[in-house]
Design a protein around this ligand. Sequence first.
Ligand code: NDP
Ligand code: 8X3
Length: 252
Amino acid sequence: MSKIALITGATSGIGEACANLFAQQGYQLILLGRRSERLEKLSTTLTATHAIQVLPLVADVRDKVTLTAVLEGIPTEWKKVDVLVNNAGLSQGLDPIDKGDTDDWDTMIDTNVKGLLYVSKIVSNWMIPFQSGHIINIGSIAGKEVYPNGNVYCATKHAVDALNKGMRIDLLPHHIKVTAINPGMVETEFSLVRFKGDEDRAKKVYQGLLPLMAEDIADAIWFVVSRPAHVNINDMLIMPSAQATATITNKN
Ligand code: NDP
Ligand code: 8X3
């Protein structure tokens, strides 16, 4: 079997763009997300377009028991994962700390931090016997800075930043590379999810500037993954040219 990549959050945005690019590069793909119809459609398209196999996995990264059963239940030959893209994540709400919805906080912490941990533990244990592998953690500019009302989302991405560093130390003896990809503003379904389906509010985020596209981030991930064995990119911060910091942009 050729190389295998496991991508979480493959039903949309950055994860879907990674699935497309890795498929073009001939990787076999394990694609994970909650929306089964989208996963099936993407898997069918990719297998029809490229000479690859795709294993779609419907799972919620927050649900430790089901997630573990789903991942551990895959055929053994699929467990030789070369690349894990820890991408599943979201923001919910944009409110000051005194007004935030505690259910939103739970969702962000459970998905962005705990879900990433559950997947990483399982997959790193698959990589260790082979003494190889590469884990890509999708962080954010929100893991490097804190901005007004970003509080809990920023905290989860700061946690991803710390976990990325910790994983690199812990997995070093096993020759497993660990990289953080930290994007600024990328036009995906991210803002639609943050604003709970409010399309007008989501669109406004990207009006007046050219944001990054999901494909830009997939390109960066492919660059990182395709370096020679002796090279690791520890951390990459990628912004649209029109964005200097999380909050300072050059809008028309
Ligand atoms: P999208 O909303 O387009 O994609 C998010 C993906 O995560 C979807 O495939 C979704 O799939 C999946 N997901 C969310 N919750 C869960 C869950 N509980 N279990 C499994 N899968 C889940 O947003 P992006 O592509 O922009 O986001 C991808 C990552 O990039 C996130 O970690 C985000 O924080 C990060 N990021 C995004 C930026 C941006 O500006 N867009 C900037 C910096 C970082 P499904 O709903 O089917 O489960
Ligand atoms: C997503 C980018 O600036 O909305 O992580 O936090 S931002």
